[in-house]
Design a protein around this ligand. Sequence first.
Ligand SMILES: [Zn+2]
Length: 397
Amino acid sequence: MKGRLAVFNTLTGEKEPFTTLRKGKVTMFACGPTVQDYMHLGHARTYVFYDVVARYLKHLGNEVNFVINITDVDERITQEAEGKGEDPLGYAALYSRRFIEDMASIGADSVCRFEPVSGHVDRMIELVGRLVEKGYAYSVDGWVYFDVSKFPAFGRLSHQSRGELSLRPLELSLRKRGLLDFALWRPETLVEGRWDSPWGRGSPGWHIQDVAVTFELLGEQYDLHGGAYELIYPHHEAEIAEAEALTGKAPFVRHWVHTRLLNMGGRKMSKSVGNVMTVRDAMKRYTQGQLRFFLLGHHYRRDMDLRGLGSAARRFSRLRQAALKAARESPVSGGGRDAGLMDRFRDAMDDDFDTPLALEAIEDGLTSLAGRKGSRAAGILSSVKAAGYILGVDFFA
Ligand SMILES: [Zn+2]
């Protein structure tokens, strides 16, 4: 695909024309949750955004294969489940189902596949074995580590020099050869290891999970990788090292796209801070349209604060009333659209998915309807409907 769409790439630090490996086909992936708890609005911000990315890429005529993984293999899940006297696998399965339900309730329905990583452990063992064979990894006491000194491009995604990286050592352990080396395989310490490997019973490291899933479902290279920006280092940096060391092909991913935070009272919404609003709680008080209107009312590369939710919800309701009233007076006849509105909408979206400006175009269209009837009004309404569909914000529901 070659169009006008420009997307900010974390890897280069620049807005670049959006291109794909295969014409008309987009392969995209976003890091999914570790399923140990309910989804909160911070996660919802991320997933609603990538849902809109997928919807817009489809609107531009692409076939979009969008995969989200589900981390159902993790010590935190085991701890949480055992603390409650439950079986970790059953616990993870329950929260996976809840995650998929919550994704449906926020309208993130462009995801083609939610993929539990536990089904790919054999592939992970094979990949780790190949990294050892190729000299990029070493095993010690049941652990396997990636040898970062063998991969000079480490730090490129997070724009850190070797000196800066040395101040942020990973996974402190005396077993490691280098401070930045990270685990590819670990002997299970909390529970009996679930998988046999050439290095003994254990479980895969976190970063290799995404690589195994995407190699399988999207190929060894693909178009767009998303996730919250705090995953850039070390998680995504490590994915690049693993994948490019395995294949010798760069770039592993063409476009690295990261969302910023949703804060609550100036602090990041997170379970550890204790300032979390779950999607389920939010959906008791707000509609899907209100929530998406609020979340998309801020550019994805800027932090936002939950304090604006109430007023955004009221603004959405007023716009919806205006849309419904106008639709009664000037039924959409299937006729033409309002070219000006659609151009403004597309210009905004083409500029690194500027959803606040895209919503402003819709809002101005609806405001301009006051006192107007007939085909011009019907054209505006038809455009509002089309643009709203791409954002997953239905002004007529
Ligand atoms: Zn991930």
